[in-house]
Design a protein around this ligand. Structure first.
Ligand code: NAD
Length: 353
């Protein structure tokens, strides 16, 4: 069987989902791992019996035994590593967001266009069971024209600190970290309409809420309660050329009852909610109906989502499939994210042409 030899760059939290999904794939051999933090790279190498360990990704990319890489580093290094990997003839799976800025994303596209290798953006929610099922209904026309979507990804107390709260390394806070997932899933299921304008506001009102006692939350390895330069709430209205609109909010800190992830799509023949649980709504014979799919996972199935994402990436490396999460989509999402920050800075709507 033809094998894809994979190297993983960035051996932190999310890399575990990449490692375990590659390990389960019979056509994959994990051959190299790289992290600035050598102990972290060594621990993963030992756990998965990986021979080559690097602390400099340039050295990993020189290894001709590596056919493909997963990039699981901080957002500020996605673009430079993706570009270098393509230039070394590697297939690339890069975690979301594609880059820190839209300009960097465009540079990745330039290099990608000259390469015959796959570049896949890690929009993992596209690979979740509930998304795949809903897409079948949408593609069959069951929702009709989707003219409105509404997405919330709200944490009451959930600024992870470390690089996530350092705007230089992350590019932003909840918007670029968790808002990105729900913006992408709406845009993807709406049929990737062309953006017309973006109006958004980000707030720095509550900080990282490190004062809160007796309530635990996920903290990055290098959490420092005194360091935080990212927004705690972002909201936006995104208008599309076809008349459709998307409303969004995303927070790391908010005075609210509880955390919430909600994604709704509204069409002229039916509506759907994907999160917290897939449901489809319509009417028949003048009767309102809830259609509840009888499927194993009606909410985002994290492990299956990553396994599907990586299975698809490997199939693309083997030229059996073409990625459903290409660089062009990563760029569009980066443009939306950047426009929200820009709109907030300027106090004006940002118009695309
Ligand atoms: N798809 C998802 O649902 C999902 C979930 C979490 C994180 N992510 C993304 O994955 C990426 C990593 O997030 P994480 O939570 O694993 O962070 P993390 O801090 O746990 O791990 C990142 C690792 O990258 C290493 N690193 C940073 N720059 C590097 C470089 N230039 N070369 C080599 N190693 C480098 C760090 O030392 C660290 O070990 C981010 O882009 C994040 O947005 C995606």
């Amino acid at each position: 069987m033809e094998k894809v030899r994979v190297g993983i760059i960035g051996a932190g939290s999310i890399s575990d989902m990449h490692f375990q999904s590659y390990v389960r794939h019979e056509a994959v051999e994990l051959v190299a791992v790289c992290d600035l933090n050598e102990a972290r790279a060594m621990a993963k190498a030992e756990q998965h019996k990986i021979e080559k360990i690097y602390t400099d990704y340039h050295e990993l990319l020189k290894n001709e035994d590596v056919d493909a890489v997963s990039i699981c580093t901080w957002n500020n290094s996605h673009a430079e590593i993706a570009i270098a990997a393509l230039e070394h003839n590697k297939h690339v799976l890069v975690e979301k967001p594609l880059s820190k800025t839209a300009e960097e994303a465009e540079k990745i596209r330039e290099v990608s266009q000259k390469s015959d290798k796959t570049l896949q953006v890690g929009f993992v929610r596209r690979f979740a069971t509930n998304t795949e099922v809903l897409k079948k209904f949408i593609d069959a026309g069951d929702l009709g024209e989707i003219y409105y979507a509404k997405a919330s990804s709200l944490r009451v107390l959930g600024n992870p600190g470390g690089w996530f709260s350092d705007v230089e390394r992350s590019g932003g806070g909840p918007l670029i970290d968790i808002g990105v997932h729900v913006i992408d899933i709406c845009w993807y299921l709406m049929g990737k309409p062309k953006v017309k304008s973006v109006s958004g506001t980000v707030y720095h009102k509550l900080g990282n809420r490190s004062n809160i006692e007796h309530k635990s939350f996920y903290q990055a390895a290098d959490y420092d309660p005194k360091q935080n330069s990212v927004e705690d709430l972002a909201n936006a209205l995104i208008k599309f050329e076809n008349g459709a609109t998307l409303m969004l909010d995303a927070s790391f800190a908010l005075h609210a009852k509880e955390d919430k992830t909600e994604v709704h799509l509204f069409g002229d023949k039916g509506g759907a909610m994907i999160e917290p649980e897939l449901n489809i709504f319509t009417e028949k014979h003048n009767i309102l109906l809830d259609l509840t799919p009888k499927i194993d996972a009606r909410t985002f199935d994290f492990e299956k989502g990553f396994q599907n994402e990586i299975d698809h990436f490997v199939a693309c490396c083997l030229e059996k499939e073409t990625t459903i999460s290409p660089v062009e989509d990563g760029i569009e999402i980066m443009k939306i994210l950047e426009a929200i920050y820009e709109s907030s800075r300027s106090g004006r709507e940002v118009r695309f042409n």
